[in-house]
Design a protein around this ligand. Structure first.
Ligand code: MSP
Length: 650
């Protein structure tokens, strides 16, 4: 009888449906995909969950702006994520949406049962409310009447709400974190959570009055309220398996890894663990908080036009190169910086030069010396054994590194094997062996070993680059897929059957030559990325504090727009001539999504006058105009009354 398969469960956050998917989202999802594929190769039954978070104020507002009901709005928007995951070859088992009945029903069942168990109570609450952030603040949090997170004015509100008795679980949770080293990773994040739990844990407000927010899951015990969006969203991880009773029996709980960004660690480590405790479910085995990607050293933001779109990258470089780069470049857990230059560097060195070259030279030699056939190898010599040993050591090391989700180290380890195999070929010198009869016998072993090493490498890189790995496998002439081979096929050297006829194909990882690199860099520096990829459901936290003197360094001036014209080939940019009193400036502004050129002429705007000139789409911009945005809409900053050009704004 077959043993039941071991089970493995990994999740990504569910993404806010209003967002345009960017590399930050792709990063977590690819990371989850890699570990899922690896576990499948290892014989596990894997459940890999992703999805979209579809309730909340911002979704409601955006739907209203578009003149559609929120359900129609989210039905349309969530598709962008689904499509991207297909494009990036993501092997998720399910895609959950928080507006689906299978989810909302479970949320309501949980709410009702926690209410019945007196884990939820009603109380009045008075506090400072930030409407755009949908968030209450205490007196001491508020900064000069403004929200400490987004800087906008807050108002005092008193209302009745429902609270989850989270505070009672604080001590239990701190103990659990302390006693389970791998519960929160990496260590630095675990320490943050412990620091947070040093202070007494409060109860959690889990409702919003419908008069303020009608778009959410109704509380089953009070129809005037909807559930707080996080209370609703976190439940996705179990609602996909049914009610808590079914979750207990499904074999996938506790979840092996919740992969999350560092910004949403507290909601997972604290809110979610306490919610589960109240439901009598064990906490997840691991919550791994990864770092954030910046772009060329800057925060990714629509106002900087530097949002990196995975679809565009996939067009330029191919899916596997992106999957490889994101996980190779930066240790999972640390922040990383994205640049096209670094991506091209990795493509050319690791992929084209090292791995690509190993594949090409091996297949060329099999073609040239053995008519494309992998022959029965002659007996092994000690130097052959060294390669086989390295392969076996790599397989073991990789397995241990997966337990830590140390993706970049896994890849570095695999590339040691690539290098050693390239070195092995250099040392053995097949081109010399081919010259004598005795040498030719020895050659069968050298070429067999090179092919077998390539097969081991293909299996190992499959989780990261599934398509390329299968291609290597096919080029080696295998008539079984990598999934069929599984990890067991690389635990011992020599699984590759002799007699296969190789099928050399096109280069797997072509080098990006200088000319092409130049073109890519030019395109990358042209700020044409769409303007709404930032998280729409959150407002950015306030940036680091600066001194007053720092602020006065920024020379803000009023300017009158004299001319305006669209920049060809750009959907976003308009070229302006702006009179700033002492001189006229040419400014390129990303405001075409909000304004037609003719609406702009004669308008007074605020200009950063001492910004270093920069080229946007090849056109020089001598300043920057201040504007805000709401979803896709760009709104220029201005004044109640007309001011002359050149007035300093302070
Ligand atoms: N909807 C919530 C999650 C609910 S989970 C029950 C949410 N969504 S989000 O769309 O705003 O963010 C999803 C994930 O994207 C988070 O893990 C966040 O850290 C990640 N990223 C957003 N920008 C990022 C980068 N620039 N870099 C890396 N990851 C980033 O929060």
């Amino acid at each position: 009888m077959n043993e039941p398969k071991k089970k493995f469960y990994v999740t990504t956050p569910i993404y806010y449906v209003n967002d345009v998917p960017h590399i930050g989202h792709a990063y977590t999802t690819i990371a989850a995909d890699v570990v899922s594929r690896y576990k499948r190769l290892d014989g596990y039954e894997v459940f890999f969950l992703t999805g979209t978070d579809e309730h909340g104020q911002k979704v409601h507002q955006a739907a209203q702006q578009n003149g559609v009901d929120p359900q129609t709005h989210v039905d349309k928007l969530h598709q962008r994520f689904k499509d991207l995951w297909v494009r990036l070859n993501i092997s998720n088992s399910d895609f959950i949406r928080t507006t689906e009945a299978r989810h909302t029903q479970v949320v309501q069942e949980i709410l009702q049962s926690l209410f019945d168990k007196k884990e939820i109570y009603k109380d009045s609450y008075e506090g400072w409310y930030c409407t755009p952030d949908e968030r209450f603040w205490t007196e001491k949090d508020v900064v000069n009447g403004n929200c400490p997170e987004c800087g906008r004015p807050v108002e005092k509100i008193k209302e009745y709400n429902y609270f989850f008795k989270m505070g009672q679980y604080g001590e239990w949770l701190a103990r659990h974190v302390r006693e389970n080293e791998s519960f929160i990773q990496p260590v630095s994040r675990r320490n943050e959570v412990l620091g947070f739990l040093d202070k007494p844990l409060g109860d959690l407000c889990i409702s919003r009055p419908k008069e303020r927010l009608p778009w959410g899951v109704s509380l089953p015990f009070d129809d005037d309220y909807v559930a707080y969006v996080w209370f609703d969203a976190l439940i996705n991880y179990i609602s996909v398996h049914g009610q808590p009773g079914q979750v207990r029996d499904c074999g996938f709980w506790p979840c092996d890894h919740h992969l999350v960004g560092k910004d949403i660690l507290t909601t997972h480590a604290v809110y979610w663990s306490c919610m589960l405790k109240a439901m009598d479910l064990p906490p997840p085995k691991n919550i791994f908080a990864h770092g954030w990607w910046t772009v060329n050293g800057q925060k990714m933001s629509k106002s900087l036009f530097n949002v990196v779109e995975p679809n565009l990258l996939a067009d330029q470089f191919g899916v596997d190169v992106i999957r490889y780069f994101l996980l190779r470049e930066v240790p999972f857990g640390l922040d990383g910086d994205f640049s096209h230059k670094a991506l091209i560097g990795r493509n050319n060195s690791d992929l084209a030069n090292n791995l690509g070259n190993l594949l090409n030279r091996t297949l060329n030699m099999v073609e040239k010396y053995q008519e494309g056939k992998i022959l029965e190898p002659s007996a092994s010599a000690p130097e052959d054994q060294a390669l086989a040993d390295k392969a076996s050591e790599t397989v073991q090391a990789v397995a241990a590194l997966y337990d830590q989700l140390a993706y970049n180290k896994i890849l570095a380890k695999i590339w040691e094997l690539v290098d050693q195999c390239n070195q092995y070929i250099n040392n053995m010198g097949p081109w010399n062996l081919a010259k004598s009869e005795e040498g030719q016998t020895r050659l069968t072993r050298v070429l067999y070993n090179s092919c077998e090493a390539l097969r081991v490498i293909a299996v190992l890189i499959y989780p990261f680059m599934p398509e390329s790995a299968e291609k290597i496998n096919q080029q080696l002439g295998a008539d079984f897929t990598i999934e069929e081979q599984g990890l067991r096929s690389i635990r011992e050297w020599g699984f590759l059957p002799a007699g296969l006829q190789t099928r050399p194909g096109p280069q797997l990882f072509p080098r990006i030559e200088e000319e092409e690199e130049k073109k890519i860099m030019e395109q990358a520096n042209a700020p044409s990325a769409p303007a709404q990829a930032e998280d729409e459901n959150k407002t950015e936290p306030v940036a680091e504090q600066i001194e007053f003197d720092d602020f006065t360094k920024v020379d803000l001036r009023t300017g009158k727009i004299l001319e305006a014209e669209k920049i060809k080939k750009s959907k976003k940019l308009i070229k302006l001539k702006v009179d700033i009193g002492c001189e006229t400036r040419q400014v390129v502004a990303g405001i075409a999504a909000g304004y037609e050129p003719e609406q702009l002429v004669g308008r007074t705007v605020i200009l950063v006058a001492n910004l270093k000139p920069a080229k946007l789409m090849g056109v020089e911009s001598q300043g920057m105009i201040l504007a805000g945005s709401e979803g896709d809409k760009i709104i220029l900053a201005g004044f109640d009354h007309e001011l002359n050009p050149g007035v300093r704004v302070k």
